[in-house]
Design a protein around this ligand. Structure first.
Ligand SMILES: [Mg+2]
Length: 207
């Protein structure tokens, strides 16, 4: 790879490199919010509150998770090691996140400040820039305008709307075997590393 023409990779934050499953249980235990102990993943817990007309409670939990409890979020398995390795190989990483400054629950907390601190603690050497957008629409517009070589996100609708195409768009934490026209499914960071560092995939992307 020519150093003067590095590959640029955009990476989402929440649920892409930051994993919150354990943070949610910690928040609920500290704040004495009950939910069935059989529920483990963020999706299961969020479904429980939403189907029981407890949207406000879920909104409040999210405010804590992305705010003062963010420090307990875990980097996705192997993400730190593999992103650092790719960076050493010459890839340039930019963090591109849809994250408002304040949570919807109006807690007096700066979500971006907590995210910045978490990134400095967990990914100190990886990202050249960290960009936070108020809306998904603004994030998508930025990606469409600047056209990275790869975009990694956990939300299929973001990748579809960005329209970069299947080769450049990676849906992470997806165990689907389906060949989707808008993105490539990768189950974890190890699969993502293999995908974006494979010469055939790089040489076939349209820059
Ligand atoms: Mg996300």
């Amino acid at each position: 790879m020519a150093a003067e023409n590095p590959l640029t990779v955009y990476v989402d934050l929440d649920n892409t490199i930051a994993v919150y499953n354990k943070v949610i249980s910690r928040v609920c235990s500290d704040k004495k919010i009950d939910y069935p102990p059989s529920l483990v993943t963020k999706q299961e817990i969020s479904d429980y509150f939403k189907t029981n007309q407890m949207n406000d409670t879920w909104t409040k939990i999210q405010g804590y998770c992305y705010g003062e409890y963010m420090e307990y979020a875990e980097p996705a398995a192997e993400s730190v090691k593999l992103l650092e390795k790719l960076r050493e190989m010459g890839y340039q990483f930019h963090l591109v996140s849809h994250k408002t400054q304040r949570p919807a629950s109006c807690l007096d907390v700066d979500l971006r400040q907590h995210a910045d601190k978490w990134l400095s603690n967990n990914f100190p050497n990886v990202f050249l820039t960290r960009l936070f957008f108020d809306t998904k629409k603004e994030k998508i517009q930025y990606i469409q305008d600047t056209k990275p070589d790869f975009m990694i996100d956990d939300l299929p609708e973001i990748l579809t709307e960005c329209g970069l195409g299947r080769k450049k768009s990676i849906l992470i934490h997806s165990s689907s075997d389906e060949i989707h026209k808008d993105y490539t499914n990768c189950e974890n960071w190890s699969e993502t590393f293999n995908y974006i560092s494979t010469v055939e995939n790089i040489s076939s992307i349209d820059r």
